[in-house]
Design a protein around this ligand. Structure first.
Ligand code: MRU
Length: 358
């Protein structure tokens, strides 16, 4: 299944497609220093929770590889600094912290099996682990896509929010992975794509990604969401997630919460598609999810052109949709439904195949 690749590990460094410049320019950058990778995450060269996780894993591997440390102790101390740098890039996407912990675990394991002596082997193991994280995303998205496709209508309109596609996961996409698999299975879907102000991930990225794959779409502005849900023609909504609390409350791109409220009003099923790495079982509810506040210029300007006077601005990048508005949460291990407190716990369990299906 074709889909765009936002990030790649190459011997010379981490190569990323610059998502800030899409759809007008397709530009790749090669990062040779882990601090550049961290900056690329903060500045949205790469974005979307799972892709941020892949970038962080590769960035940590790059940092360990470029380190001049000559002992495991020094390298371990440097790893802490590297991980600290990544942990400050974007606060809401829990995949970032998941990836950092995973790379720390890989380091411990590599040191143990190298007997604490072979630095080259430890460095190589970190690179392999980052590549593995990336490879897993593809398989995970395909599984999410298969579970989710069964929940899509046979034909007609579906709606999404932001960009939860290949650009956002480094795989098939979560929400768009569901739509891709459903389309491949022969469902005749048209995707309603809200532009997703202020950063326009819908207009710039989702519209571009779907167009590349020949999936029919209609671009709408954010304030058209209610109008289109009221028509009765939208068979389902499927969105991604940046962090899902233990009770199912879900943080996703700003605008997701009002979409879920409107979906309830108009009886449209509202699905969240996300990998298990997006579950944060350490927090009880969405109240505890940190919401990133981004620069005012994203609101006062569009593509560098000022559209508002110099006034006070709010720019929360995410909102939290309460679990009661979510019809089901689709992960690579199956489909969880309420009561999420129980089903997500099973989903987050170590064994594959747990959680309710369908
Ligand atoms: O600010 P962004 O572009 O990183 O926000 C992205 C989203 O909100 C996505 O819906 C979410 O990360 C899921 S991506 C599969």
């Amino acid at each position: 299944m074709h889909s765009v690749e936002p990030i790649k590990w190459k011997d010379e460094g981490v190569v990323m497609l610059d998502q800030r410049r899409l759809p007008t320019e397709v530009v790749y950058h090669t990062y040779r220093d882990y601090r550049e990778v961290a900056r690329a995450i903060t500045e949205m060269v790469i974005r979307g929770a799972p892709a941020i996780g892949v970038a962080a894993a590769m960035g940590v591997a790059l940092g360990v590889r470029q380190s001049k440390s000559e002992s495991i102790t020094d390298l371990g101390a440097e790893l802490e600094t590297i991980c600290e740098t990544f942990s400050k890039t974007r606060p809401t996407a829990v995949d970032l912290f998941w990836a950092i912990e995973r790379m720390k675990g890989a380091f411990r394991e590599a040191v143990r099996s190298a007997g604490g002596l072979d630095l080259a082997a430890v460095r190589e193991a970190m690179v392999q682990e980052a590549k593995q994280v990336h490879a897993e995303k593809k398989a995970i998205d395909e599984a999410i896509g298969r579970f989710g496709a069964e929940l899509m209508p046979e034909s007609g309109e579906v709606m999404t929010q932001c960009n939860a596609g290949a650009l956002a996961t480094a795989g098939l996409g979560t929400a768009l992975g569901v739509i891709r698999v459903a389309t491949e299975q022969g469902r005749k879907l048209r995707v309603l794509v809200p532009e997703t102000r202020p950063y326009l991930q819908g207009a710039r990225l989702t519209a571009w990604e779907l167009q590349q794959d020949g999936i029919p779409l209609t671009l709408i502005t954010d304030n058209m969401v209610g109008h289109f849900l009221k028509t009765g023609k939208v068979g389902a909504i499927v969105v991604g997630a940046d962090r899902i609390a233990a009770n199912g409350d879900t943080a996703n791109k700003i605008g997701t919460y009002p979409m879920a409220v409107l979906a309830k009003e108009h009886n449209v099923p509202f699905y969240v598609a996300a990998p298990v790495s997006t579950l944060d079982m350490t927090i009880a509810s969405g109240e505890q999810i940190p919401i990133e506040e981004r620069a005012a210029t994203e609101v006062t300007h569009i593509q560098g052109v000022r559209i508002a006077p110099e006034v006070e601005v709010a720019n929360p990048a995410f909102d939290v949709t309460p679990a009661r508005l979510i019809t089901a949460i689709i992960t690579e291990r199956g489909v969880a439904r309420a009561p999420y407190g129980e089903t997500l716990k099973a989903m987050a369990g170590v064994e594959k195949g747990v959680g309710s299906r369908g």
